[in-house]
Ligand binder design. Structure first.
Ligand SMILES: NC(=O)c1ccc[n+]([C@@H]2O[C@H](COP(=O)([O-])OP(=O)(O)OC[C@H]3O[C@@H](n4cnc5c(N)ncnc54)[C@H](OP(=O)(O)O)[C@@H]3O)[C@@H](O)[C@H]2O)c1
Length: 258
């Protein structure tokens, strides 16, 4: 048991933990002995994690949070540190998605997804970095997406919000070098959750939230900037990033027309 953590074990805080990848990761980390603060808007869904898994009930701590609220994001981070212990790893995973074909262009979708996916992440980073930098330790993992690499058809609002997350992390990481604080990005491919239920197209190499949680868990203490999965799909998208625009648009135009 550490003096900084009354309950013992490492402390993780996960946003967007009431469903999907965040929920599976919370269960995985708690089973691994971590104290896990789970955050999302739906308190009943957060409470269900411990109810459904009595073996980890004493290691799961429920903190309702709307990540779009700056003050609430600060207050919840401080409350977790006070009650559960010094946050070792903060995983900013809360997210929303809607596909948007050109004919349905809607600024409100952009606003909503930017607020949750980008500004919600900014709020978490803003809450955690000052205390982590002051003590010279901690890590923050931001869930972006492989769709952050390049603009994909029907994904303009989502892709732009995730590209903003990735760009922000690339921008901040060098300034944290040597500080003891690590800022990293999780870039998943397709995972079968409420979000991808909205897709009407074939999703290559679709994996389960449990497989996604395993992939994150495997690299939770790695030094690299990115956690990417599934690997084959991720490397395909990395190669697409290298294509010149003429070839890239020839490919994505075919996706729009099919
Ligand atoms: N599924 C995929 O294929 C995929 C691929 C790449 C990246 N991702 C990213 O992975 C992350 C997790 O998504 P998922 O697929 O696991 O989807 P999910 O099952 O729908 O989970 C999304 C989580 O975000 C929470 N959330 C949404 N808005 C929030 C807000 N304003 N404040 C606090 N929490 C909020 C939801 O909880 P409440 O509704 O209770 O608030 C829920 O716990 C997201 O960032 C997503 O963009 C997913």
């Amino acid at each position: 048991m550490s003096a900084d953590n009354p309950a013992g074990g490492r402390v993780a805080m996960i946003t967007g933990a009431s469903a999907g990848i965040g929920r599976s990761l919370a269960i995985k980390l708690a089973r691994d002995g971590w104290q896990v603060a789970v955050c999302a808007r739906r308190e009943d869904a957060l409470r269900a994690i411990a109810e459904d898994h009595p073996d980890i009930a004493d290691r799961v701590h429920v903190y309702p949070l709307d990540v779009t609220d700056v003050a609430e994001s600060q207050a919840v981070f401080m409350a977790v540190e006070e009650a559960v212990g010094e946050v070792d790893t903060l995983i900013l995973n809360a997210g929303d998605y809607d596909p948007m074909p050109l004919d349905d262009f809607d600024p409100e979708i952009f606003e909503r997804l930017m607020k949750v996916n980008f500004l919600g992440t900014v709020n978490g980073v803003g809450a955690a970095l000052p205390p982590m930098r002051a003590r010279g330790r901690g890590q923050v993992l931001l869930t972006a997406s492989l769709s952050a690499y390049r603009g994909l058809p029907q994904a303009a609002p989502y892709g732009a919000s995730k590209a903003a997350v990735l760009n922000m992390a690339e921008s901040l990481r060098p300034a944290l070098a040597g500080s003891g604080v690590s800022l990293r990005v999780i870039n998943p491919g397709f995972v079968k959750t409420r979000l991808t239920e909205k897709n009407r197209f074939h999703m290559p190499q679709l994996i389960t939230p449990e497989q996604a949680a395993d992939a994150i868990h495997r690299e939770i203490d790695a030094a690299g900037f990115e956690i990417i999965f599934p690997k084959r799909f991720a490397w395909t998208l990395k190669c697409l990033r290298l294509l010149p625009y003429r070839l890239y648009f020839a490919l994505t135009q075919r996706m729009v027309q099919s």
